[in-house]
Design a protein around this ligand. Structure first.
Ligand SMILES: Nc1ncnc2c1ncn2[C@@H]1O[C@H](COP(=O)(O)OP(=O)(O)O)[C@@H](O)[C@H]1O
Ligand SMILES: [Mg+2]
Length: 331
């Protein structure tokens, strides 16, 4: 049997990011309050006082007063935080355990929002696809048939793109998918990305410029960084103006490598900047969808950068252009 002295136990309880209050069940007085739980009290002077006089929240005091043989469990909102409260009866004492469950609530909400966003993003192309197919079925005119086949194809591409991005995100979030770093040539990687995206530059005559020194090496997960940089370059092409430019550059010091993707495009409104790395956020939803955007690209970029223990940020001026910076450590 391990013997724990009170000092160690109290230090430990004060260390916890959860609240503990001990009340004597007979005298109804407070015997102990750990550091975290002090925020639930009216003042510092509480030892030996009746718990109803000292505990601020009436719902908590009613849970403690609740006289049942069983332990009590409930959730309560206090100052925009959500707490799970357990009241245990042990040897003539009531032990009140308070846990801040706000992060779980935020997570649960994010998950709900995500599912409803995905359903919404799929619903639109599916309904367009459905009516296009119905029209094709009845249409006799070959030019009209061709037109609706094109519409159907565009929506299929949109769904394909969304599912691909969702799979990338799912893989990034799964524990098995770890970052595998190696040294490789960044100049060459950007050349490959430009080659892949060349077809998108035709319509607006966009020039792609690779300013990275030919022998520049980066220490990163080649596949993952390629996905991130491709997303940035693709955005810089898509959100560009007629005859615009996309310029990629990289610098390195002893600690970090910073890769920049700069464009002469439409820019991002200042008030939107804090949100653009969030899933499904777009400055202009219909324009983004029309040019094949899923709203997931920058959240994928952020995920990949953070998996490399790096940071990504943007400087942008509306109507003039944007410059994305991706910084990753060299080791
Ligand atoms: N280079 C850029 N120039 C202007 N706006 C951009 C740029 N990159 C991203 N954005 C804005 O940020 C939003 C989110 O980008 P992203 O996550 O890649 O989604 P999308 O699929 O819409 O491209 C875009 O819809 C667009 O409004
Ligand atoms: Mg994008």
């Amino acid at each position: 049997m391990v013997k724990i002295n009170d000092g160690i136990l109290i230090t430990f309880l004060d260390f916890l990011k959860e609240g503990i209050i001990i009340v004597d069940d007979e005298t109804k007085t407070i015997e102990f309050v750990n550091r975290f739980a002090k925020k639930f009290l009216k003042d510092e002077d509480y030892i030996g006082k009746n718990f109803k006089e000292v505990i601020e929240n009436d719902y908590i005091t009613s849970l403690i007063s609740y006289n049942q043989e069983k332990d009590v469990k409930a959730e309560v909102n206090i100052d925009n935080q959500k707490y799970l409260i357990n009241v245990y009866r042990i040897e003539g004492k009531k032990i009140i355990h308070l846990q801040d469950i706000t992060p779980f609530e935020v997570y649960k909400q994010a998950k709900k929002d995500f599912v409803s966003n995905v359903s919404h993003e799929l619903k639109t192309p599916i309904s367009v696809l459905k009516s296009a197919v119905e029209t094709i079925e009845e249409e006799k005119d070959p030019t009209m048939i061709k037109k609706f086949v094109e519409i159907a194809k565009k929506r299929i591409d949109q769904m394909d793109h969304l599912i691909n991005d969702l799979l990338i995100l799912a893989r990034l979030e799964s524990q098995e998918d770890q970052v595998k770093k190696e040294k490789y040539n960044l100049y060459k990687q950007i050349e490959d990305i430009f080659e892949d995206l060349k077809h998108l530059t035709v319509e607006k005559n966009i020039t792609l410029i690779n300013n990275i020194p030919k022998n520049f090496e980066v220490y990163a997960d080649e596949q993952k960084l390629s996905i991130a940089l491709k997303n940035l370059v693709e955005n810089s092409i898509k959100y560009n103006k007629q005859d615009g430019k996309v310029i990629v550059n990289a610098t390195k010091d002893t600690k970090n490598t910073v890769i920049t993707v700069e464009d002469t495009g439409i820019g991002i409104p200042e008030e939107s900047i804090p949100f653009i790395f969030e899933r499904f956020y777009r400055v202009d939803k219909s324009r983004s969808r029309n040019i094949g955007g899923t709203g997931l690209g920058l959240s994928i970029v952020k995920h990949i950068t953070e998996a490399h223990k790096g940071k990504v940020w943007v400087e942008s001026k509306l109507g003039e252009g944007s410059k994305f910076h991706l910084k990753i450590p060299n080791n």
